[in-house]
Ligand binder design. Sequence first.
Ligand code: SAH
Ligand code: SF4
Length: 407
Amino acid sequence: MTAPLAAAPAAEAIQKPPRGAGEKPSLVGLSRAGIGAELAAIGVEPKQIRMRTAQIWNWIYARGVTDFGDMLNVSKDMRATLADAFTLARPEIVAEQVSEDGTRKWLMRFPPRGAGRPVEIETVYIPEIGRGTLCVSSQVGCTLTCSFCHTGTQKLVRNLTAEEIVGQILVARDRLGDFPDKSTPVGAAVPSEGRLVSNIVMMGMGEPLYNFDNVKEALLIASDGEGLSLSKRRITLSTSGVVPMIPRAGEEIGSMLAISLHAVRDDLRDILVPLNKKYPIAELLDACRAYPGLSNARRITFEYVMLKDINDSAADARELVRLLRGIPAKINLIPFNPWPGVNYQCSDWETIEAFSDIVNRAGYASPIRTPRGRDILAACGQLKSESERMRARERLALEAMMADSED
Ligand code: SAH
Ligand code: SF4
């Protein structure tokens, strides 16, 4: 049984975590209406709110300013008032690592907001010739426990706020010099033309559909045409299969969808992606068939991690093709990226190619994802931060809440 739509992610209960004492509210991560409400609260005249909101929006998202003093078309007095009341501060960058292949990974730290201690997450930038993809995290840790995923060994500490999700994009653009009048660090690997951050994938730490409201708010900001202006076709939300939330993702966010499938039989998927016990393959694929706006030009990506002798046989490939019949799909084969202590191995290269051939012959594009940034543990599924876990009691309460709201 799947849950009614409105009931799904419980994480809302911690969606607006308390700010620390003396912390100014940030205007980053708010909708236009949210900024308007903040301006009204500090006494900005109602007839000015729309115009001021548009100006501030442009400065934050199109120009990347972090200081109200730089908002030159805003009066001096108003700039000072804004600076007294609000902040635009970026997240703290604890570490920046650059792989030998040019991939960059940032470890960012955010305030505790109910989690006990400051929390840390990772964001990865993957430069290619024609695009620059930012892999963004949605949660600190993950409640799910996919057996091949490093993040899955780290319990959920807390959801990220919309501010923190958008903050990852702003930090990446800052560090890459991807705002007007900013310069790119010498020697940085970036696409040869176009925007440096041209694509967003919600494939970092966490399950984005368990933090729906914040992810939605952040992605609507990322795709807003007067700000960060990323086309929704260049934003991909990856889910391990939170079936009840898939229709809402389609209707309310409208980004591209990726499904972490990884197995073609329920008995195996129950082990690899334990959420399958709740939402088995048939239900998941029904939700995919109903995803709005699908066409040959707008396909769902099915991610399939290649695990040696586990899910990589020719029979598996044929069954995959059969299962996906009728769904505009592409299949992304991900060579398994190992991490310390894991028992799986990556399939042999010939096996991956043979699998890919079967899928290709059936008419599906099936690119094999080249592992990037393995030397800095930045590849798919390798992210994990040392953030303190919630106290066991709090965590159990949160997990019980999540389970209840899905039933
Ligand atoms: N929680 C979401 C998004 C984050 S994971 C989800 O599961 O879809 C992004 C992708 O990396 C998923 O397809 C995930 O299954 C895959 N992945 C996780 N661990 C991996 C590993 N060790 N090697 C290769 N891919 C991995
Ligand atoms: Fe969570 Fe995705 Fe990792 Fe599964 S694969 S544990 S859902 S981050």
